[in-house]
Design a protein around this ligand. Sequence first.
Ligand SMILES: CC(C)(COP(=O)(O)OP(=O)(O)OC[C@H]1O[C@@H](n2cnc3c(N)ncnc32)[C@H](O)[C@@H]1OP(=O)(O)O)[C@@H](O)C(=O)NCCC(=O)NCCS
Length: 203
Amino acid sequence: MISISDLNDKNRITEISRLHKKAFPGFFLTQLGIPFLKALYTGYIEDDMSGIFIAQENNRIIGFLAYSKDYPLFFKHLLKKHVVRFAFCSAGAAIRHPSFIMRILGAFKKSDSVVKKEAYIELASICVDPECEGKGIGTALIEKLKYSVNFDRFSYISLETDAENNEPVNSFYMKNGFSLARTYKTGEGRLMNEYTYKPGENI
Ligand SMILES: CC(C)(COP(=O)(O)OP(=O)(O)OC[C@H]1O[C@@H](n2cnc3c(N)ncnc32)[C@H](O)[C@@H]1OP(=O)(O)O)[C@@H](O)C(=O)NCCC(=O)NCCS
């Protein structure tokens, strides 16, 4: 049986990081390695305004979702706390990719034009073990997030995903009630779709 719950146990962060690596092969953050991913995901459970939901089957994590109620602040604290570790993990990547510094900032930080005035929830990362895809686990994680949000305090859930060559993921968000808010190009020319979810909007 599959269960969805909060992750509070830091001892399971390695499992989360390995799952990220498996579900996002070749992605930029994956290239930075497991120590980098561990620092990143530990940040979500240490931050009071952020968290991780996990999907488990037989005590094995088969999917997770990371979110933040104040993503710009989360990002700022994370960089401050782990600046040395990130610099160390990133050294190899920086040599391989000269545009690395801009890219790592871009990987976390929204462009200035995306900064929002209203309080919102950032769905920062979601993935499901490739062996378990298409069974409703991603949907169950999104449902858990929707039910945990106080929409009197937060206007909407926001997320970004690649606009190009990413049709299944875009359709996954649409099926889960998200609406395309806008499409924009990052500084490095990557076309991104920004989706938002507001309760009752897509009924
Ligand atoms: C996107 C993702 C989280 C969806 O999780 P999931 O558990 O497979 O999704 P669900 O079973 O709840 O929903 C299935 C729907 O998602 C979409 N989908 C996306 N990728 C899919 C895949 N590889 N296999 C099946 N369906 C997929 C389809 O629209 C599908 O609907 P359908 O069954 O009517 O065709 C998962 O495929 C994943 O981890 N992908 C890799 C990581 C990633 O790209 N994450 C998003 C970053 S923005």
